[in-house]
Design a protein around this ligand. Structure first.
Ligand SMILES: NC(=O)c1ccc[n+]([C@@H]2O[C@H](COP(=O)([O-])OP(=O)(O)OC[C@H]3O[C@@H](n4cnc5c(N)ncnc54)[C@H](OP(=O)(O)O)[C@@H]3O)[C@@H](O)[C@H]2O)c1
Length: 245
């Protein structure tokens, strides 16, 4: 049975991605920084008849927590088929390029970039043991430098001077990671789930978690002929998902 680890999966987009991978027959390790919240999410999924799911405590901003999660998962499985780096924070508002504190930048980068680096490096050995491993970095079209600089972009005036650089950096990390893994079967892509109604944006998003989960799961499920080192946003481009970096 294929296995997946999803960070920040106790609610919202991460939980829905877990649901959709379970529906595809995966065994899902549902990452949650609060084990209690993770276990509650597991109970919800089990109540829907999705039983191949287990909560795992993982705070991506904490190396000890990530290493403990790696040790715990290593006791249960010998290989990991999919890693979904979903956990992320917005950093709150306002986010002024002139006034945001370095502390605010550190906090957001700690989760949105360093968290992904930490988790990827900790679990890469388990991924390497799977036949067709996939890494999905949950990014945002808000991290697109091209779109952010385009006055015609519908979100041009929605500037988040802390969050947006964290996702741009995540995109570049995705490129670097895919390049280093180019001679392996591992495929790694950055995926924008779209502007989705969740706690993240006080439910101001216009899309649903179901759409977002499907967009992410698609790149966890791509075949050997699928892309790697690419950035996709179906919200931006419903036909191909292609979105400028
Ligand atoms: N919603 C959107 O419109 C949108 C658009 C583009 C991209 N995204 C991206 O999609 C991802 C999920 O967003 P969402 O809308 O589902 O957000 P959400 O409702 O705020 O959920 C975020 C999840 O990440 C977890 N998390 C936060 N910091 C963590 C940490 N240090 N360690 C482990 N887990 C942590 C949260 O756990 P707790 O429950 O413990 O807080 C929660 O499970 C994020 O990467 C976000 O940047 C969202």
């Amino acid at each position: 049975m294929n296995t997946a680890l999803i960070t920040g999966a106790n609610k919202s987009i991460g939980l829905e991605t877990a649901r959709q991978l379970l529906q595809q027959g995966y065994r899902v390790y549902l990452g949650s920084r609060s084990l209690e919240n993770g276990q509650q999410a597991v109970e919800c999924l089990k109540a829907e008849g999705l039983n191949q799911v287990e909560a795992i405590q993982i705070d991506v901003s904490n190396s000890d927590s990530v290493n403990a999660a790696r040790a715990a998962l290593g006791e249960k499985i010998e290989s990991l088929d999919a890693l979904i780096n979903n956990a992320g924070i917005s950093g709150g508002r306002p986010q002024s390029a002139l006034e945001a504190s370095i502390e605010q930048y550190r906090m957001v980068f700690e989760t949105n970039l360093f968290g992904v680096v930490r988790v990827t490096q900790a679990f890469i050995d388990l991924l390497r043991k799977a036949p067709e491993p996939r890494i999905v970095n949950v990014s945002s079209s808000q991290g697109s430098l091209t779109l952010a600089a385009d006055p015609h972009n519908q979100y041009y005036h929605h500037k988040g001077a802390v969050y947006q650089p964290s996702k741009s950096a995540l995109n570049m990390y995705t490129i670097a990671l895919a390049y280093e893994l180019r001679d392996t079967p591992i495929k790694v892509n950055a995926v924008d789930p779209g502007f989705v109604a969740t706690d993240f944006n006080n439910h101001r998003g216009t899309g649903t978690v179901q759409e977002a989960g499907a967009r992410i799961a698609r790149y966890a499920l791509i075949g050997a002929d699928g892309p790697t080192g690419q950035f996709f946003s179906e919200e931006y481009n419903p036909e191909t998902g292609a979105v400028p970096w």
